[in-house]
Design a protein around this ligand. Structure first.
Ligand code: ADP
Length: 400
């Protein structure tokens, strides 16, 4: 069974082709700078196959044609109908979608209707879906939503204390994101510990360029740090995470910064970049080791914020069995993992073993001590594989 996973952005399409019998990646690639003067495309396949293309890529349709031509050149597939299905990452599923959903005209209309909640992402995701419908209307396509896993969060946790009509009429509430990743690492952690997901309470920390924390009770998300948009919560590469919202009124009044200016300030110029000038954790860690004060400060701020969420979600869950670190930073930045759990030994029973934490291993590994009440794990995330798995599930459920 062959499943293609597509993650379409406004000017790019990431793709991964899986053989589902053994969950093996047959090829992965990226189509970039769609619509610009000079587009680029690359594909990596097994046995050292590497293809690269340059030239104008007019739109998503062109991009997908180019991807197919490259997959054919790599002797993987020649036509879309050789696939068993396509799984699309769709960022915002609002309250309409709780699970992976086979795409039809109604689902496409619903994704479009949700676009005001994710104006950069949903229209791009939809463009990818539409192009496939045009090329091969019979091919099963599944939408896997970043928000879906968090639909189990109870109302008292997802509502903001704003006038209730804003929820009813404008759909203002916490939705949460990175759901596919939180779900995947929670299942992988349970499998590694040889326990059922239902028997475990977990805090999962997805730390990449975007970062979010999730409280998971018996396999279900019960709270998460991102909100209506992916801006809330942890300190991220270029996003501020939690701030006092009144800072915005203050800056607008005192400095005359426009709404768009404030949007760019909080989403693109803040976070690690705003504090120390870089959003690359490797660079920041290196600079901190050389004694750069702002880099040290940025790291302290990030681990302080993480610690606050670990504490808050411990209280939400009542009992925590497992903490999972994942994402480019969570999987690699050992000192940040140690700092964010430092001081939680006695109160919360979270004890990191410095040696285990600093050992680089592939796959899932434990970084807590034998005596730690809470198991702390590093679990590499694989959102594309999770999308492929959910795509297979949704297609077979639809055939039942
Ligand atoms: P995205 O959210 O874009 O998928 P990733 O999950 O790839 O991002 O995470 C990107 C972050 O991971 C960057 O800050 C990068 O510096 C950091 N990172 C990647 N490798 C390492 C490493 N070996 N050590 C520390 N940080 C790393």
């Amino acid at each position: 069974m062959r499943i293609l996973v597509l993650n379409s952005g406004s000017s790019s399409i990431k793709f991964k082709l899986f053989s589902m019998q053994d969950s093996k990646v047959l090829a992965s690639g990226l189509i970039e700078q769609i619509g610009e003067e000079q587009g680029r495309a690359s594909l990596k396949g097994g046995a050292g196959v590497k293809l690269e293309r340059e030239g104008k890529i007019a739109d998503h349709g062109d991009g997908l044609s180019l991807m197919l031509a490259m997959l054919s050149e790599a002797a993987l597939i020649n036509r879309l109908d050789e696939l068993d299905g396509i799984g699309h990452r769709v960022v915002h599923g609002g309250e309409a979608f709780h699970e992976p959903t086979v795409i039809d005209a109604d689902v496409m209309a619903a994704i479009e209707k949700l676009s005001p909640l994710a104006p950069l992402h949903n229209p791009a995701n939809l463009a990818g879906i539409r192009v496939v419908v045009e090329k091969d209307p019979e091919l099963p396509q599944v939408a896997v939503f970043d928000t879906a896993f968090h639909q189990s969060i109870p109302k008292y946790a997802y509502l903001y204390a704003l006038p209730y009509q804003l929820y009813e009429q404008e759909h203002v509430r916490r939705y949460g994101f990175h759901g596919t990743s939180h779900h995947y690492v929670a299942k992988a952690a349970a499998a590694y510990l040889e326990k059922s997901s239902e028997s475990l309470n977990m805090i999962t920390l997805h730390l990449g360029n975007g970062a979010s924390a999730c409280a998971i009770r018996a396999g279900e998300s019960v709270d998460t740090s991102m909100g209506l948009t992916p801006l809330e919560g942890l300190i991220m590469g270029t996003r501020s995470g939690d701030i006092d919202p009144a800072i915005l009124f203050y800056l607008a009044r005192e400095k005359g910064i426009s709404i768009d200016g404030l949007d760019a300030l909080l989403n693109k110029q803040s976070g690690l970049k705003g504090i120390c000038g870089s959003n690359d954790m490797r660079e920041i860690t290196d600079r901190a080791q050389e004694g750069d004060e702002r880099s040290l400060l940025a790291l302290e701020m990030v681990s302080h914020r993480l610690k606050k969420y670990i504490g808050a979600y411990t209280a939400v869950l009542g009992r925590v069995d497992v903490i999972v670190f994942t994402g480019g930073i969570g999987e690699n930045a050992a000192s940040l993992r140690e700092e964010s759990c430092a001081g939680l030994e006695e109160g919360l029973g979270i004890e990191i073993d410095p040696e285990k934490n600093r050992m680089r291993k592939s796959g899932v590994f434990t970084i807590s001590t034998e005596s730690s009440r809470v198991k702390v794990l590093v679990v590499p995330t694989d959102e594309e594989l999770e999308i492929a798995l959910q795509t297979v599930m949704a297609i077979s459920a639809a055939h039942r």
